[in-house]
Ligand binder design. Sequence first.
Ligand code: ZN
Length: 281
Amino acid sequence: MSHHLSCRISDSLWQALRAEADRTGHSMSHIVQQALSSSLDLEHHSIFQVSTTGAIVKGVFDGCTTVGDLKSHGDFGVGTFENLDGEMMMLDGRCYQAVADGITAEANDSWQVPFATVTRFRADLTEQIDGIDDLDSLQNRLDALRPSDNLFVGIRLDGVFDRVDMRSACKALPGEGLVEATSHQSEFGFDRIEGTVVGFWTPAFAKALNVAGYHLHFISADRTKGGHLLGVKAGKLTASLHLETDFHVSIPETESFLRADLQDDPSKALDVAEKGFVRDR
Ligand SMILES: [Zn+2]
């Protein structure tokens, strides 16, 4: 079955389409179909990210996109807000902000975002996992489900958690980088709480762009509690993995990003700020 598509396009797009048809000898219909299927297929397994963790480590916390714009690129993901004002969880097309003590509410579409990673989440595989005593055992269970260390993976875990320990970044002071800013973060935990873990596995080869390994946030089923996950204990959870084969990075054109010195490897700072290494929690 085929369909007839009629739509208006700009003159420049029209000229480019004609030029491509002349160059290749393909019909315009063929070129449009190719372009559409490629762009729509890509979206199924692609991550869209604004800025880099390297920039976040250096304290580039100026907003470079909005929550509303992020939603046009994904319905699931994690990030933060302008000036490192809390943790972001995007789930089922809605975006939430967790602040001090894990207090969570829906974010406004106009809010500015300095860093976020989102995708259109579709589970490629779903499994029950159990016996999760801590973050390490959770990561071991997820390791066993991932087909490769070299694919980005969107990770969603649903269920009732015996315990979740989290933190929320509190606004950075002027001039602070990520490590200093998260040294005055809010830390909190909840027992017997139903909810969803939202996050990603990032391959080591992308360590200058995102947090290598697992980066997980949590949001409660009633959407009132959340944060960046530091510890977890659970009996049985449903784990859904979305395998990602495209990674798009939107480079901020803000003054602070363009002038930042981003030559260093941010991994050590991220271990301290995001995983709680070295610094005593
Ligand atoms: Zn986080």
